[in-house]
Design a protein around this ligand. Structure first.
Ligand SMILES: [Zn+2]
Ligand SMILES: [Zn+2]
Length: 208
């Protein structure tokens, strides 16, 4: 899985998938949850087909979506793009269960941290195998250990989602933006210089 913060183009297609968003920058950055929502166009080559679909952010996921165009079956869930859940600055592809939630530097830091502590403090994606969480045997003690590790991953995922909302809202506020912001404008407004990732992660881990 690769990441991009440049405009999506025809070359910019999802690995292992015949469909890809064409223009994610039509999306809006939600000022409430930090998610991305709005219309976007997907296409596939064989046979050629374009899909006009609507991506929802967590705020709008529960409302009625009758009459909406179905997403291509190559997507595991209806999300084509998201922002890095740790720094909120980088646009990432989404929609497959193996998609990574973090940009390169954030993913490296998260992996190092998880390895150092031997548990999932900062999840890099939704799949337990991405964190080497595997049930070793059907013995009750192994099942208990596996279940406890899964539960920790779930609560770390909730914390990371809450952190993403916070960090995206901070970036919106820093740019004096009130309300939802067009994605392209948001990406243009993100400072070029890299953030202090260590400070960012320290703040994230200290946030309940
Ligand atoms: Zn939202
Ligand atoms: Zn990041």
């Amino acid at each position: 899985m690769s990441e991009t913060n440049s405009p999506a183009t025809a070359e910019n297609r999802a690995e292992g998938s015949s469909a890809q968003w064409l223009e994610p920058h039509e999306l809006l950055v939600c000022a409430t949850c930090g998610g991305l929502r709005g219309p976007l166009t997907l296409w596939r080559d064989d046979p050629p087909h374009r899909y006009q679909v609507l991506q929802h952010c967590p705020c709008t996921q529960d409302s009625s979506h009758a009459n909406e165009t179905a997403w291509p079956r190559s997507f595991d869930f209806p999300e084509a793009a998201c922002l890095c859940r740790a720094c909120g600055r980088v646009l990432l592809r989404s929609g497959l269960r193996w998609c990574v939630w973090l940009c390169g530097p954030c993913k490296d830091l998260a992996r190092a941290l998880n390895n150092r502590y031997g548990r999932v403090l900062v999840p890099i994606g939704r799949h337990s195998l991405m964190h080497n969480l595997v049930l070793q045997s059907p013995a009750p003690s192994a099942v208990d250990t596996f279940h406890a590790a899964l539960m920790r991953q779930v609560s770390a995922t909730d914390r990371l989602r809450a952190w993403q909302s916070r960090v995206v809202r901070e970036l919106l506020e820093r740019n004096g933006w009130k309300g939802n912001m067009p994605l392209q404008q948001y990406l243009d407004a993100v400072p070029d210089e890299a953030p202090d990732y260590d400070a960012l992660f320290s703040r994230m881990l200290a946030t309940p």
